[in-house]
Design a protein around this ligand. Structure first.
Ligand code: S3P
Length: 445
């Protein structure tokens, strides 16, 4: 059977227990490969996520002349320096990865290079003008398909124009693309977003010695300012474990009776911990311990015990700090008492799939009450376990696939998820690892 059509069946579990090692952070892994390649000197990256999205970034960087090799458990990058990359000989295929394609468009826009970007069926539907518009303002030449989607060709400039830009949405992909384009600009590149989005690009640029400042403005906006024209100096990176992947294990443990799971060394960047705060507010028994800094990033061990959850209204301004976690939060909400109200989440409609529509439809098929609008989703929990007994297509979206496998753990009848190969983009080995702590997920032939 082709990988595209692989299916998994998740049946009721009777309690998850033990220690679960979550894979490396996807956002930080992309940035480590890109910035390490632009640095002067050797960067050794440990803990890199070996998921399809990150491997697509690695391949694209190699196609642009980067020197990245695997040695034991580490990736060794011999940086070529700013201006040292070369034109790829074929279009760069970034598969399913919005982060990869958007960050790399920004990178190329700020170098004397041309590259064409393509992706899979899901990525080819996603909006790209939010990236190409500011890059054009910086002087890049852009060819883009009608409708503002891939394929996109970017021709960059060795010294792009500095830009002060205010994106309409808080998006780390938009912000990072502009900052990467501004690395060689003469002057300051400034991005002022409506709320702070994850700031891994800013942190890693500083790690490599660039002048990047961050400011929270009095009205709640966030401003990142990069002074262009410096040199990135190679420095090793230890990638923390991904809180967005930990989310699936956390919710599975909370809603599966009799669970007690520990997740060591999870990344605790405050722009990524919105789900933990939300689940705690819902009554989740989640304890953080051993909070520490590892390789420049805050990490903590997380212990989760099954809990009776209560629905809450999630503040809209928290959305950016948990934007990838709403699909699995809606699964948690289906087992909570009362309504869980999620607002300010219009960005979910332009992720790997329309996550509001696909989660709402799948949950409803399982007997859960869901209301949805352009920018909100409200889930009403049921006293009884959801019926299950359905087949859900992931729609090429890893987080949809994993969410419904978790729902299957607490449903009366098993849930089959089709097109599960996409889970490898962020969480290779998800089903096997879940089974090791007590899940009942089987391949379906
Ligand atoms: C990411 C940013 C977020 C997130 C994505 C990863 C990143 O997207 O949804 O999974 O690494 O920069 P937006 O920037 O579109 O919010």
């Amino acid at each position: 059977m082709s990988a595209e059509r692989q299916s998994l069946l998740s049946s009721r579990a009777s309690g998850l227990s033990g220690q679960f090692d979550v894979p490396g952070d996807k956002s930080i892994s992309h940035r480590a490969l890109i910035l390490g390649s632009l640095a002067v000197g050797q960067t050794v990256v440990t803990g890199l996520l070996e998921g399809d999205d990150v491997l697509a970034t690695k391949q694209a960087m190699v196609d642009c002349g980067a020197d990245i090799t695997k040695k034991d458990d580490a990736y060794v990058i011999n940086g070529v320096g700013l201006g040292g990359l070369t034109n790829p000989s074929a279009p760069l295929d970034l598969g399913n990865s919005g982060t990869a394609v958007r960050l790399l468009m920004g990178l190329i826009a700020g170098q004397s290079m041309t590259a064409t970007f393509v992706g899979d069926a899901s990525l080819s539907k996603r909006p790209m003008r939010r990236i190409t518009d500011p890059l054009e303002e910086m002087g890049a030449q852009i060819e883009i398909a009608d409708g503002g989607t891939l394929p996109v060709t970017v021709t960059g400039l060795p010294t792009p124009l500095p830009l002060s830009y205010e994106p309409k949405v808080a998006s780390a992909q938009i912000k990072s693309a502009i900052l990467l384009a501004g690395l060689c600009a003469r002057g300051q590149t400034i991005v002022t977003e409506p709320h702070i989005s994850r700031d891994h690009t800013e942190a890693m640029l500083r790690h490599f010695g660039m002048d990047v400042t961050q400011e929270m403005l009095a009205d709640g906006r966030h401003r990142a300012t990069l002074t262009g024209g410096g040199t990135l100096t190679a420095k090793d990176i230890a990638v923390p474990r991904d809180p967005s992947s930990a989310a699936f294990v956390m919710v599975a443990a909370l809603i599966t009776e009799g669970s007690d799971i520990t997740l060591p060394a999870i990344g605790m960047n405050p722009q990524r911990t919105g789900l933990i705060i939300t689940l705690q507010e819902m009554g989740g028994d989640i304890t953080l311990s051993n909070e520490r800094i590892e390789g420049g990033e805050a990490v903590a061990d997380i212990r989760i015990k099954s809990s009776q959850l209560t629905g809450i209204e999630v503040p809209a301004e928290r959305a950016a700090s948990m934007i990838d976690e709403y699909p699995i939060l809606s699964v948690a909400a289906s087992r909570a008492t009362g309504r869980t109200i999620m607002t300010g989440v219009e960005e979910l409609r332009v992720k790997e799939t329309d996550r509001i529509a696909v989660m709402a439809a799948g949950l409803q098929e399982c007997g859960v009450i869901v209301e949805e609008g352009d920018d909100y989703m409200i889930v009403t929990g049921t006293d009884e376990a959801p019926a299950g007994g359905v087949t859900i297509n992931s729609q090429h979206d890893h987080r949809i696939g994993m969410s419904f496998l978790v729902l299957g753990m607490v449903s009366k009848a098993p849930i089959q998820v089709d097109d599960v190969a996409t889970i490898n983009t962020s969480f290779p080995g998800f089903a096997d690892k879940m089974n090791q702590v007590g899940a009942q997920i089987q391949s379906v032939s």
